[in-house]
Design a protein around this ligand. Structure first.
Ligand code: SF4
Length: 715
């Protein structure tokens, strides 16, 4: 786009899934200022500490500015030729499943779309997976099991309309701060509104909680199956809704009744009185939203947790109504956009399914593609295991740093080092992943690139450029398209701009979509450059005119929340239009043993993001917490002879880190919390993901990053 220095550019924050609108301005002296966009419906002008410090993170220090082959600067032609010829040769010699892309929720939807189109439609493999697998794959799997589609049935407005908000495994105050601010503001206006926090730790989010349930790690399935049984026992079901809009309730209730209250108390580590207080509050409050995040998703029972929560909302008819619903909030700025274009290895584009021959045929005809992938590809953990054992021989990593962020990170690093051909496209020259790349491709950064993102409430917003692209950096979609052309797919990858890609993406979402699929933005099919440039944030679905997806009665008068469009009239995306109860029984997820008696829980802090490649540049952000830490309960500190601020070694079967002990009663006895952000670049021996076992949820493939058997000892 043309950069106009005299005006503010309307764009979107590149950090979390709240997706706040940002106004960015470049002064004549080059100084950049950012402020919250008062007109953006996600934040109405609010920004958190990370969003407000964006201008401090956009210098060129450490940028990768030119293509490199084996550390030697080269030009784009040579680099792209090498990538294309090596991928083509590898496919010819070893088959299409010998190559893989590992992509990122940091990519814009247009980048994601082109990468997915190349891998799934033209290479013909589904070996493209994303770091969003580490973030919300269990929610996707849970939605698909219950609704027949990956639909988030809620809007942020529902959080302000609810009378009860149950926050499960979510430190919203630090990880989705603007949503926390919206809830806090709503609560000030309506003091009767109640908040329950379900989290092993007493985090900053407990400041607005009326009740904190310090649940045992992975006790959530027992908590919510117990709630379903309680609702059944206490006449708190919406039988009319259950009969009209769901199937499988009897089996789900039977499974949920496996544990009595004492059994649930034992499985959750909560008192029976606490359980009854929570259950009776839930039963009595029609307008309830259950918000869940990584504490639910990052678990070997993550999908069951999601469905245990959804079961309770279906049983009470609290879904698709203002101020009610189960609500997954995503970690990354464009995890949702990635889901929409098929960035996960088990999905096709536009929420279509790889296993469905009709969907494959539809996508193949739309793309005029030679070979659409016929089976799901390797999910993130499996993908790096395939790199390690030599099945993957050419790997392209885009906009992410798996050497620091994947579970069993040392093994992932060894796999990447041993891989015959590794391409990394990134903004930075020296991340722990970039240094192992044979080919380094300089990508445009936030502020330099144009495209779109989708936030946790299904709202699509534009990211717009306001800075010139430095050196020879290029947009990710351009880089992928240029490789595709050199692999012989010129015609299908000739998009001249992000607007053209978005127009194609929108057209595919509407292609032969007669209301049978949830994701539809057909209203923007074939959108022109001018309209795309001016695109205002909107929630999907946005079907083209004349395609009625939702019965009128599903939209309640006077309420603008798009959540009401979903499911109010039993319009689920299953063959019979009914939602599915999933029978779930709690299965203990205990991993501790004599050698490793504590549970390691990893997570985020307020002012850092991912592996700190952006936030680490801001002094202001680094002042909040200057170093990583191991948070342990005083009883455990005493048991292991540890004093506050001692240097401790935290170790697991997979590795060890050195950290400062933070002894606090906010922690649950038996657990240790370590933040995930610090890498060896910022603090010696602090890569906590090197400690995390590569254990995954059997359905979603999401790693269990919050329940690892560990030991803590004074160093
Ligand atoms: Fe950015 Fe998330 Fe903060 Fe909003 S809440 S400003 S999207 S980091």
């Amino acid at each position: 786009m043309k950069i106009d220095e005299a005006r503010e550019v309307r764009t979107t924050c590149p950090y979390c899934g709240v997706g706040c609108g940002v106004l960015a301005k470049v002064a004549a002296n080059g100084e950049v200022t950012v402020r919250g966009d008062p007109d953006h419906p996600a934040n109405f002008g609010r920004l958190c500490s990370k969003g407000s410090a964006l201008a401090e993170t956009i210098d060129l220090d450490g940028r990768l500015l030119y293509p490199e082959i084996h550390g030697r600067r080269t030009d784009w032609d040579e680099a792209l030729d090498l990538v294309a010829s090596t991928f083509s040769r590898t496919i010819a010699e070893h088959g299409r499943d010998a190559v893989a892309f590992y992509v990122s929720g940091q990519l814009l939807t247009e980048d994601y779309y082109v990468a997915n189109k190349l891998m799934k439609g033209f290479i013909g493999s589904a070996n493209i997976d994303t770091n969003s697998r580490l973030c919300m794959a269990s929610s996707v799997a849970g939605h698909r099991r219950a609704f027949g589609s990956d639909t988030v049935p809620g809007s942020y407005e529902d959080l302000e309309l609810a009378d009860l908000i149950v926050l499960v495994g979510s430190n919203l105050a630090w990880c989705h701060p603007v949503l926390y601010q919206r809830i806090a503001a709503a609560r000030e206006k309506r003091p009767d509104m109640k908040v329950v926090l379900v989290d092993p730790r007493r985090t900053m989010t407990s400041d607005i909680a009326d009740m904190h349930l310090a649940i045992a790690p992975d006790g959530d399935v027992a908590l919510f199956t117990g709630l379903l049984a309680y609702l059944g026992q206490h006449n708190a079901l919406d039988r009319t809704y259950i009969t009209a809009h769901t199937t499988g309730f009897g089996q789900a209730l039977f499974a949920a009744s496996a544990l009595d209250l004492a059994g649930i108390a034992a499985a959750t580590g909560l008192g029976e009185d606490e359980l009854v207080r929570f259950y009776s509050l839930f039963a009595a409050t029609a307008n309830t939203v259950t918000v869940y995040s990584q504490g639910v998703n990052q678990s070997s029972s993550g999908t069951d947790k999601v469905n245990a929560i959804i079961n309770c909302h279906l049983a009470t008819g609290r879904i698709g109504k203002p101020g009610a619903g189960p609500f997954s909030v995503t970690g990354q700025p464009n995890a949702m956009g990635g889901r929409e274009v098929g960035g996960l290895a088990n999905m096709l584009a536009a929420h279509m399914e790889i296993e469905n021959p009709e969907h494959r045929d539809r996508v193949q005809r739309f793309w005029s593609a030679p070979a659409v992938a016929e089976k799901p590809g390797l999910k993130a953990v499996e993908m790096f295991q395939a790199v390690a054992d030599g099945r993957i021989k050419a790997l392209w990593i885009m906009a992410t740093n798996p050497v620091d962020s994947m579970p069993d990170a040392d093994a992932v690093e060894a796999a990447i080092k041993a891989c015959p051909f590794v391409v990394v496209s990134d903004v930075l020259a020296k991340t722990d992943t970039v240094r192992h790349a044979h080919v380094r491709l300089p990508a445009a950064a936030w502020g330099e690139k144009d495209g779109s993102v989708t936030n946790s409430e299904r709202r699509i917003s534009r990211q717009r450029a306001f800075l010139a692209t430095p050196g020879e950096a290029r947009a990710d979609w351009w880089i992928v398209a240029e490789v595709a052309k050199r692999m012989g797919f010129d015609e299908a990858f000739s998009h001249p701009s992000p607007a053209d890609i978005f127009a194609e993406h929108a057209a595919l979402s509407a292609f032969e979509n007669d209301g049978a699929r949830d994701f539809d933005i057909g209203a923007y099919a074939g959108v022109d450059a001018e309209t795309y440039e001016e695109l205002a944030p909107f929630q999907w679905p946005a079907p083209s005119q004349g395609t009625p997806l939702w019965p009128e009665g599903g939209i309640q008068a006077g309420h603008s929340s798009a959540s009401t469009r979903f499911f109010a009239n039993g319009n689920f995306y299953t063959p019979d239009g009914k939602a599915r109860f999933i029978p779930i029984r709690p299965v203990p997820q205990t991993r501790t043993n004599e050698r490793f008696p504590l549970v390691l829980n990893t997570g985020r802090v307020r002012d850092h993001w991912h592996t700190m490649t952006r936030t680490g540049k801001s002094q202001r952000l680094s002042q909040h917490l200057a170093e990583p830490f191991a948070e342990i309960h005083p009883a455990d500190a005493q048991r292991f002879g540890i004093g506050d601020a001692d240097i401790v070694r935290v170790s697991t079967e997979h590795g060890e880190v050195l950290l400062r002990a933070l002894v606090t009663a906010r922690q649950r006895p038996g657990s240790v919390f370590v933040p995930m952000h610090w890498t060896d670049q910022f603090s010696a021996r602090a890569r906590v993901d090197a400690l995390v076992a590569p254990i995954t949820d059997p359905i979603s493939g999401q790693p269990a990053s919050k329940n690892v058997a560990a030991r803590v000892e004074r160093f």
